[in-house]
Design a protein around this ligand. Structure first.
Ligand code: PLP
Length: 451
């Protein structure tokens, strides 16, 4: 039998648990309760199979920048499906949606980031980057430049390559990651790791770790440094202001490629088109995905500077995916970018709803559980603590306060996530002031219930 959104919830959940393996999910937890079945969505709101309306303060997985239910994107997909549902861009062929989308990304991307290598996801794009930076140096006659430096608690994807680039220790203990040739330094998380240092000194100290690592490995052996402008999945970690200028100086000093993973930060999330602009860095390569299509189609890519692209073009880069530059995904992404631009969505985040969300979100620090609220554009985190003054963490037995708060949010029809004892948000960029009020009210109530 084919089930429908109107099938009984219990039946949907039974079939789900019987046959569907969920990512990043402990199976037993799911079986006890069953997954919530999301059936429709409009704007910032999800509907579930039991008739609840849920405010999605995570924009799915940080991706539905434009909000749900935009018919223009559905129509762009339908048109493209009828005209040319698939063709590849290997072996001397191309097609109009890939041509237009690459050109549009080149226009929007800062500096001379003018060349796009398409993938279907952020993970694939970061795998591309790993091979690309090493190929770049080999082509430049420096094949010994193999090391890529990343940060602990970074998230760059789930494939073996991108998961190794990431610094999620829980992932590294399963299935043979990290692969060789990747080194990690500490993250610029002042709240949790800054001790007695000022944020400014701490930012400089964490940037200095990059230089130390480069010197330890030998600058002649290092290919690239990869980082998210604002760490997302690690808990929305916003680096102190001193961090990025130092990092830029260090990569410049040693001539190392800088890869900005913009999978979350890109396409307006931080109040500029790209997070690199917000934190003031000049990457040689950007990873993009998520907001590129607002999640309506799976698409990602690597955006290369003129210089990197010209070196790579000097050889055949033996790399590509069947769905690199998929025409339907490209057509949908192009329409998404048109709407983000023409409706002034990014500007509104910068000058209107973003500042309003910041003010309201920061008011949550009045709650006894909340030590710090950090927010950049429309990505934010609350650090929960038993003692604000010492920035203490909850003892491990009680270290589930974030989890409990998340569960209370879920029950209160608000999607927030927790990373340890941080509560995080990343709502659709089109969220209104009234919806922001609902978000804050429900978050406060959920914190109260968890307290
Ligand atoms: N890079 C960052 C910064 C991400 O947040 C993610 C996903 O959350 C990825 C890469 C991986 O992207 P995907 O899940 O599309 O493979």
């Amino acid at each position: 039998t084919i089930l429908t959104p109107n099938s009984p919830t219990a039946e949907l959940q039974r079939a789900d648990a019987a046959h569907h393996m969920h990512p990043f999910t402990h199976g037993q937890g799911l079986n006890d309760r069953g997954a919530r079945v999301i059936t429709r969505a409009e704007g910032c709101w999800l509907n579930d199979s039991e008739g609840n309306r849920i405010l999605d303060a995570m924009a799915g997985l940080w991706c539905v920048n434009i909000g749900y239910g935009r018919r223009e994107l559905a129509q762009a997909a339908a048109r493209q499906m009828e005209e040319l549902p698939y063709y590849n861009t290997f072996f001397q062929t191309t097609h109009v949606p890939a041509i237009n989308l690459a050109a549009r990304i080149a226009e929007l991307a800062p500096g001379d980031l003018n060349h796009v290598f398409f993938a279907s996801s952020g993970s694939e794009a970061n795998d591309t980057n790993l091979r690309l930076v090493r190929t770049y140096w080999a082509e430049k006659g420096q094949p010994e430049r193999q090391w890529v430096i990343s940060r602990w608690n970074a998230y760059h994807g789930s494939s073996v390559g991108s998961g190794s680039l990431g610094g999620m220790k829980g992932m590294h203990t399963q299935g043979g990651m990290p692969i060789p040739g990747i080194a990690h330094i500490d993250q610029p998380d002042w709240w949790s790791e800054g001790g007695d240092m000022t944020p400014e000194d701490f930012g400089r100290a964490r940037a200095k770790q990059l230089e130390d690592k480069i010197l330890e490995l030998g600058p002649e052996n290092v290919a690239a440094f990869i980082a998210e402008p604002v760490q997302g999945a690690g808990g929305v970690i916003v680096a102190p202001d001193t961090y990025w200028p130092e990092v830029q100086k260090i990569v410049d000093k040693y001539g190392i490629l800088l890869i900005a993973d913009e999978v979350i930060c890109g396409f307006g999330r931080t109040g500029r088109w790209f997070g690199s602009e917000t934190v003031g860095i000049r990457p040689d390569i950007m990873t993009i995905a998520k907001g590129l299509s607002s999640g309506y189609q799976p698409i990602g890519g690597s955006v290369l500077s003129d210089e990197v692209a010209s070196v790579i073009s000097g050889t055949e880069f033996n790399h590509g995916y069947t769905y690199s530059g998929h025409p339907v995904a490209c057509a949908v992404a192009l329409e998404n970018l048109r709407i983000l631009d023409e409706e002034g969505v990014v500007d509104r985040v910068a000058s209107d709803t973003g500042p309003y969300l910041k003010e309201r979100f920061e008011s949550l620090t009045d709650h006894p559980l909340v030590g710090e609220a950090k927010i950049v554009g429309m990505m934010g985190s609350l650090a929960l603590t038993p003692d604000k003054a010492s920035r203490a963490a909850f003892a491990s037995e009680a270290g589930t306060v974030g989890y409990i708060t998340r569960e209370r949010c879920f029950a209160n029809n608000l999607i927030m996530r927790h990373v340890g004892d941080r509560m995080i948000i990343s709502p659709p960029l089109v969220i209104s002031r009234e919806e922001i009020d609902v978000l804050i009210e429900r978050a406060w109530q959920s914190l109260d219930e968890a307290h």
